[in-house]
Design a protein around this ligand. Structure first.
Ligand code: SF4
Length: 340
């Protein structure tokens, strides 16, 4: 699918045509231009030829059926991964990728170890959402929440992520409210500033993962440029402008960042209004082990005792390698069994 091309073709038509076409694709979820009966037959045929609506994707469903991973093949053959998480309260969250691979190389993340391939276009980001809207439509369900926590660092591809968010927001397209969308960053402060300007209602999450620069620098090379103090200063500015809560993500690595002393350090660092912490059980992929459940419980209790709001994320889709830090685009090779 190439939605940039759609705009180009419809530029020659009256302005309302683009609106009609977008509504047909994103809201009515047509999969074939023949279904877009508001458009003339000639135009439908032209679009069929030049902007086909097929999305090449394979799905993998977890044993508990609560997680579905899609491996989506792009026009140039690269494969990206997107994950649907079905919550017990009927929310359907999708975790979207913003880059193919990632240049930041966090040690605990498989995407980071595969290197950086390229930025995704706005259309390729939107396509991931569309894929799962079509998937859910079969059961009369809809996407309720979107998190930019898949492959890549969204603030290193902000212009395209921004354009994609505008389509997600647009009532004529997906109509997903800003407060249902979250962007997670490894701490690119320029991006935090831009987001406060562009989308003050969207949720911000920060991948922190360590209470000191020394340890964070070992786990996340990006810390050399964006230290903890620099990030927190930027977050405080963001809060001043938006008055929104900010979530700090903390992956629990056994014997690395999960001691009681480190929990106390975290508590000291993050004891501020509108700061929240989300503890993530690590999904082992060779290099580290996940902290035992008891250790996570203790860590959380120390934060809570210090007055910090802390949650623990449910582990989605470990068995299909769809959980945090596991997205690898392993299917980066030609396929003959892609669903079209
Ligand atoms: S954790 Fe995020 S920022 Fe770090 S390498 Fe993985 S995708 Fe990139």
């Amino acid at each position: 699918m190439n939605l940039e091309k759609l705009e180009k073709i419809l530029k020659k038509e009256p302005a309302f045509r683009l609106k009609q076409a977008e509504k047909a694709v994103f809201s009515d979820l047509i999969e074939d231009w023949e279904e877009a009966t508001t458009l003339s037959k000639n135009l439908r045929e032209k679009l069929q030829k030049e902007v086909p609506l097929e999305i090449k994707g394979r799905t993998f469903v977890s044993k508990d059926s609560r997680t579905v991973k899609a491996a989506i093949e792009l026009e140039d053959g690269l494969v990206i991964e997107t994950v649907l998480m079905k919550h017990t309260d009927k929310r359907n969250t999708i975790c979207v990728s913003s880059q193919a691979g990632c240049p930041l190389g966090c040690l605990f993340c498989v995407t980071g170890t595969m290197g950086f391939k390229r930025n995704l276009t706005a259309s390729e980001i939107v396509e991931q959402v569309l894929f799962f809207e079509r998937y859910l439509k079969k059961n009369n369900e809809k996407i309720t929440n979107i998190v930019f926590m898949g492959m890549g660092e969204p603030f290193l591809n902000w212009e395209n992520v921004k354009e994609a968010i505008q389509t997600l927001n647009d009532d004529n397209c997906f109509g997903i409210g800003s407060r249902k969308i979250s962007v997670s960053t490894a701490g690119i402060t320029e991006g935090i500033e831009k987001m406060a300007e562009d989308f003050p209602q969207i949720n911000l999450a920060i991948s922190l993962h360590a209470p000191s620069d020394e340890l964070r620098g070992e786990l996340m090379p990006v810390n050399k440029k964006y230290s903890i103090a620099k990030i927190l200063k930027s977050v405080d500015e963001y809060i001043k402008k938006t008055n929104r809560k900010v979530m700090f993500e903390y992956v629990m690595l056994a014997g690395v960042n999960d001691s009681e002393e480190q929990a106390r350090q975290m508590a000291k660092l993050l004891k501020k209004p509108l700061y929240m912490v989300n503890l993530i059980a690590y999904n082992p992929n060779g290099r580290f082990e996940s902290s035992p459940a008891e250790r996570i419980k203790k860590f959380k209790a120390i934060l809570e005792h210090a007055g910090i709001f802390a949650t623990q994320r449910y582990r989605f889709g470990t068995d299909i390698e769809a959980a945090c830090g596991q997205l690898a685009g392993k299917e980066n090779r030609p396929k003959d069994n892609f669903l079209i």
